[in-house]
Design a protein around this ligand. Structure first.
Ligand code: ATP
Ligand code: MG
Length: 395
């Protein structure tokens, strides 16, 4: 049985770590074997739980287990081998040692290794749920896109087919032994496999992203963009959590009650505009929610009596094809907000660009033999119309 994976992300400072911790505490209190892991190099998960954490999961006061992944330590340990191999390839290609050293520092490696560690925890531990405090959105999106991006980068550098790789390496070989090139090809093969596994993990039905935001317009705008980016990457968004909603003053009078009333109305107006479906909310507490009792109380307000594991049905990356008359319609369900997507057909792929992010949608075989005849945008996403092309059917 594979563990459910809940990834918490959002803009800096909105309460990701606190809500990931609160969710884990509530899941553990409900009897689920729960691990909460932080991949954020800033060690704040331990601060929220009120205990120091290390790279190995420890039980926190009869509640969830928790760990703090240290990507930098992982870089030294497991990346070392592959870098050695890459340096060998580059040296064989005549690149001098210093430049090879720089070229093998691939961006995003730390995030990749942190995610690999999460995968290892999820696959090997006794966990029903692994809750991940991912750190800020920008890094998380990079992290989520990374397996795909790196895989295509590697594919271009070193085509998958071993024979081709060997040929390529042999041509660079100079005086090196064939065995050393085999070892390099093996290392690259393992990296490609690792990337494919991470991609599978991120797009699995058992994985969901929970976006945390505060009820402010700029934060809401970023959250909508993130929801779109996730949908384009095929990662399921299964919850939107609004943190720091100020308490309602009821019938109270006086300047403080007036302030709260105005602030609350303002926050509710932002929520009404959010347009991401059902949201869960957590109140702004007078004190920082630190330690298990405070986190459990916060989770009580957040989930009410509902199961914290249950998602709230936000629009994900639904791709549907339907027949409409003698045409086909491909629907991509996305929260687009104000973004204007651009479309291009490149061979068997449809390229959708939203807010500078590109997504290649590999067309189902049915649609490959069609030409694009139109596209429409509405509140729920994008519809692209295709018409069978007799010239293409004949091939
Ligand atoms: N609902 C709340 N009521 C009161 N204080 C809160 C609430 N949520 C979070 N905080 C406090 O706000 C601060 C920031 O929260 P937290 O560290 O969870 O945010 P974050 O999104 O993880 O930040 P970062 O982007 O730095 O990782 C912490 O001091 C936390 O205790
Ligand atoms: Mg944090």
């Amino acid at each position: 049985m594979s563990a459910r994976l809940l990834l918490f992300t959002g803009k800096g400072g909105v309460g990701k770590t606190t809500l990931a911790a609160a969710t884990a505490v509530a899941l553990a209190a409900g009897g689920r074997k729960t691990l909460v892991v932080s991949t954020d190099p800033a060690h704040s998960l331990g601060d929220a739980l009120g205990v120091p954490l290390g790279p190995a999961p420890v039980e926190v006061d009869g509640g969830p287990h928790a760990a703090q992944v240290d990507p930098r330590a992982l870089v030294d340990a497991s990346w070392h081998d592959l870098r050695g191999h890459l340096r060998t390839v580059l040296a064989g290609a005549g690149v001098d040692e210093l430049a090879a050293e720089e070229l093998t520092v691939l961006p995003g490696v730390e995030e990749l290794l942190a995610l690999g560690e999460v995968r290892r925890f999820a696959a090997t531990g006794p966990w029903d749920v692994v809750v991940v405090d991912c750190g800020p959105t920008a890094e998380t999106l990079r992290l989520l896109a990374l397996p795909e991006a790196l895989a295509s980068y590697l594919e271009r550098l070193f085509p998958t087919h071993r024979r081709v790789v060997r040929g390529l390496l042999a041509s660079l070989a100079g005086s090196r032994s064939p065995e050393s090139w085999d070892a390099t090809a093996d290392a690259l093969g393992r990296l490609a496999e690792h990337l494919a596994q991470l991609r599978d993990l991120l797009t699995a039905d058992t994985t969901g992203v929970r976006l945390v935001l505060t009820p402010e317009r700029v934060v809401a705008a970023e959250t909508r963009r993130t929801a779109t980016a996730l949908a384009l990457q095929g990662v399921r968004l299964d919850g939107v959590v609004v943190n720091r909603l100020v308490p309602h003053p009821g019938d109270g009078t006086g300047p403080a009650a007036d302030w709260l009333r105005t602030r609350r109305a303002e926050q509710e107006a932002v929520l009404a505009e959010l347009d991401l479906g059902e949201v869960r909310t957590a109140e702004h507490r007078a004190g920082e929610p630190v330690g298990l009792p405070a986190l459990l109380e916060l989770a009580g307000g957040l989930y009410g009596g509902a199961d914290p594991l249950a998602g709230t049905g936000v629009a994900g990356a639904a791709l549907d094809v339907a027949r409409v008359g003698d045409e086909y319609e491909l629907r991509l369900t996305l929260a687009l907000g104000d973004a204007e997507p651009a479309l291009a057909r490149v061979g068997d792929d449809l390229v959708v660009t939203v807010d500078g992010r590109r997504k290649l949608i590999t067309l189902p075989s049915l649609l490959r033999r069609c030409v694009v005849v139109g596209a429409e945008l509405d509140d729920t996403g994008l519809a692209v119309r295709f018409r069978p092309d007799p010239d293409l059917w004949m091939r």
